[in-house]
Design a protein around this ligand. Structure first.
Ligand code: PEP
Ligand code: MN
Length: 263
């Protein structure tokens, strides 16, 4: 169902007047984890000043260590909803448990399925059964074929509103947190009719690489870019090494817009 052979036209996912897949670029920013209302609202305000409408933030965090911050859970979803209503934004947040998918629909606009859960088939089926856009991230070690099949699981249940997100894969290279598979973008655009975004934060794990990788993503045909922004990354409860502060965010976005890649 996700194959371009079955449906030649691009799928468009509409959120707050932004049509992802329309050939223009769309941007998702926000903190790694939802930590407090003030923290999310501070980032949302900075985004609003730039006319940006797609806000991210994790309420359920799939952390490598069980002793690390696990997220605020439903309290985090409530904070996201409050900020989204106040600033008229759409929010994207990861859900990790199939049992939480329906509940999440009351609070968020896009359900993210994270890299670690790309082949959690019960979660994919639950996401396919609701009428909400899904942002599906590529698994840490998933082939493009496996990634496309994960999207197929969602669409097979009836939900065709899917955004694919390349977020880097695990290789032997340690200079970056993951290896951004930039060629996945045109391959996914060719093989499927779904919009494709690139998460420059989790793929690189390096602030100094966010801008060049975002330019590359857009140049190669991505429908959008995701990056993490936190009011004070040094004290962030997750991913403190790679989130941008508000000044870096301002520079990143301005330079990206000035780069002539963005339409
Ligand atoms: C995230 O976007 O918050 C996240 C955990 O990303 P990934 O699943 O790609 O690691
Ligand atoms: Mn993160």
């Amino acid at each position: 169902l996700v194959s371009r052979k079955k449906k030649p036209e691009d799928t468009i996912v509409s959120l707050k007047g932004e049509n992802i897949g329309d050939g223009k670029q769309h941007f998702v920013f926000g903190p790694c984890s939802v930590e407090s209302y003030e923290q999310v609202a501070t980032v949302a305000k900075a985004m609003k000043e730039k006319g940006l409408k797609l806000l991210r933030g994790g309420a359920y965090k799939p952390r490598t260590s069980p002793y690390d911050f696990q997220g605020l859970g439903v309290e985090g979803l409530k904070i996201l909803k409050r900020v989204a209503d106040e600033f008229d934004m759409a929010v994207i947040s990861e859900i990790v448990n199939p049992a939480d998918i329906e509940l999440a629909c009351d609070y968020i606009d896009v359900i993210q399925i994270g890299a670690r859960n790309m082949q959690n088939f019960e979660l994919l089926k639950a996401a396919g059964a609701v009428n909400k856009p899904i942002l599906l991230k590529r698994g840490l070690a998933a082939t493009i074929e496996e990634f496309i099949n994960a999207a197929e699981y969602i669409m097979a249940q009836g939900n065709g509103q899917i955004i694919l997100c390349e977020r880097g894969i695990r290789t032997y290279e340690r200079a970056t947190r993951n290896t951004l598979d930039i060629s996945a973008v045109p391959i996914l655009k060719k093989e499927t009719h779904l919009p494709v975004m690139v998460d420059v934060t989790h793929s690189t794990g390096r602030r100094d690489l966010l801008l060049p990788c975002a330019k590359a993503a857009i140049a190669i045909g991505a429908d959008g870019v995701m990056a993490e922004v936190h009011p004070d990354p040094a004290v962030a409860l997750s991913d403190s090494q790679q989130q941008m502060d508000l000044k870096q965010f301002d520079e990143f976005y301005n330079q990206l817009l000035a780069s002539n890649f963005v339409r």
